[in-house]
Design a protein around this ligand. Structure first.
Ligand SMILES: Cc1cc2nc3c(=O)[nH]c(=O)nc-3n(C[C@H](O)[C@H](O)[C@H](O)COP(=O)(O)OP(=O)(O)OC[C@H]3O[C@@H](n4cnc5c(N)ncnc54)[C@H](O)[C@@H]3O)c2cc1C
Length: 470
């Protein structure tokens, strides 16, 4: 049966676009860390939505499941096949054109395989900006970003992927092309089909195109690194700068001392930025539509007052826009230095912002009681209430032995998050890795509604089985 399927698939999209060879499949079956490995029946690389529609019909005929894949930067195993060797990975990498840009309406229509960084460049050439930004933007695709409802560093100001999407084109389980590429900002005509596919992690359909919102490109973007003594002061600082800068505040990232040390250790070109060790620091970003001088004026005035209010202990104000960018490089090297440091137990959680200091304090107590000397590597998009709360083995301890604590640590952290009214996945999604936990933290009513949606849109369970819902 599989031989016949591969033959027909090859007839549809050509031999060069059906990867059977294990070596050729490697980058599509292992994750960004190079750790989670699945096995694929084949990797299909179609050239357009019509080819995807035909592949869906063929897969339906042969009961072959499809795992849609964009840039494969997802961190929860959602875009990887299982280890049966029976699933088809469907890569959108060849469907990667910018379709059109409407400068007046500030919208852009793109293929789902467009890489985020390429979209940024294109919009900038037109004096506009697509304001979703994150460390993986050199590989992550629009289809993947929408399917995970990705967040990133500017959610505070512009919202997440869902907030930036106006319309979608999707291949349904029947192999039909749904053209929902509307450019409307208002459209109350029944159920919002677009919103069903956003954040569905490829379990309801395959996104092939999208209409996205653009915003005017700011004249200047300035960042500063501010040290402070506690997360509680960081929350007070957030409230203060939000009042002062209002919509000009485009990012507010919390970074702990452990993160700065790790980056310094593995990437010495990004040395510890402060002259003395600090428990926490915040990376703030101001976007200004007038001028660089105007941005500096606002930043300086705010920081002066923040010092007077004893919110911050030190501030590194950039001497140039280039130095400003360098602060972001430090931030982006946190995940990279964690890769160098070895495996750790990761959590991508969100909480009501006011509860974050209390969470950080409680979580530390709980973890250190269970695992004295464990290293806590915490950082995140504080302005969105989103923390990346990672627990690593004590220095010198065997990492594989430490990772055996993963289930216990996940439960301790996620139970605490749940008690505080938070979420076990702020922006990375559920994928394969957290599907078993969803059952615990969603109510039966929520799970039932989700299962009904899945059964209605994908009755034969062809799209990304065992992801999100078990
Ligand atoms: C260094 C680094 C930094 C990161 N920072 C952030 C961050 O700040 N914020 C954040 O939210 N995420 C972040 N991520 C996670 C990741 O980049 C995002 O989840 C991104 O949205 C995934 O896009 P992708 O194209 O790589 O999707 P993939 O990894 O290929 O797929 C992700 C999911 O979407 C599905 N999918 C992909 N394309 C389609 C499609 N066209 N139609 C239907 N389903 C599809 C897949 O099946 C899978 O379930 C980071 C990752 C890394 C490695």
């Amino acid at each position: 049966m599989y031989t016949q399927f591969i033959q027909e698939l090859t007839n549809l999209i050509g031999k060069n676009n059906v990867l059977i060879d294990i070596a050729e499949q490697k980058k599509y079956v292992s994750d960004w860390f190079g750790r989670a490995n699945g096995k694929a029946l084949a990797v299909a690389r179609p050239a357009n939505p019509e080819e995807i529609a035909s592949i869906v019909k063929l897969s339906e005929k042969y009961h072959v499941s499809i795992v849609p894949q964009g840039g494969n930067t997802g961190l929860v195993g959602g875009g990887l096949p299982d280890d049966s060797g029976h699933e088809l990975v469907l890569s959108l990498e060849r469907i990667n054109k910018i379709r059109s840009l409407d400068a007046l309406g500030k919208t852009i229509s793109v293929d789902a395989g467009v890489i985020l960084e390429n979209l940024h460049k294109y919009a900038q050439e037109h004096g506009l900006e697509f304001p979703l930004t994150m460390g993986s933007q050199g590989s992550a695709t629009i289809g993947g970003l929408l399917s995970t409802n990705a967040g990133g560093t500017a959610v505070l100001r512009y919202g997440n992927a869902r907030d930036l999407c106006l319309g979608l084109e999707v291949i349904t389980a029947e192999g039909e092309i749904w053209n929902g590429l509307r450019t409307l900002r208002k459209d109350n005509t029944g159920y919002d089909l677009r919103d069903l596919f956003i954040g569905a992690e490829g379990t309801l359909g395959i996104i092939t195109g999208a209409v996205l919102k653009l915003v005017p490109l700011p004249k200047a973007r300035l960042s500063a690194l501010l040290s402070l003594n506690s997360p509680s002061l960081a929350i007070q600082l957030l409230e203060y700068v939000q009042t002062k800068a209002n919509s000009q505040l485009t990012a507010f990232e919390l970074i702990s001392d452990t993160c700065l040390n790790l980056v310094d250790q593995y990437f010495p070109q990004f040395a510890y930025p402060f002259s003395t060790k600090v428990p926490y620091c915040v990376l703030i970003e101001i976007s200004d539509n007038e001028s660089e001088e105007h941005a500096y004026e606002l930043l300086n005035a705010m920081l002066e007052e923040a010092f007077e209010m004893n919110l911050i202990t030190d501030a590194i104000i950039p001497q140039s826009l280039a130095q400003s960018k360098r602060f972001w490089e430090i931030r982006e090297h946190i995940p990279l230095s964690q890769v160098e440091d070895g495996k750790n137990i990761k959590h991508d959680i969100s909480l009501p912002i006011s509860k974050i200091p209390n969470f950080i304090e409680e979580a530390k107590k709980i973890i250190l009681k269970q695992l004295p000397n464990a290293r806590i590597i915490d950082f995140g998009h504080l302005g969105d209430g989103n923390l990346h709360y990672n627990v690593a083995a004590p220095k010198g301890e065997n990492v594989d032995a430490f990772m055996k604590n993963k289930v216990v640590v996940n439960e301790l952290i996620h139970d605490l998050v749940d008690q505080m009214g938070g979420s076990i996945s702020a922006e990375h999604g559920i994928g394969a890795n957290k599907a078993h936990e969803l059952v615990k933290y969603k109510t039966p009513t929520e799970l039932n509604l989700m299962k009904k949606i899945k059964a209605g849109l994908d009755p034969h369970g062809i799209f990304n089985p065992k992801k999100v819902l078990l």
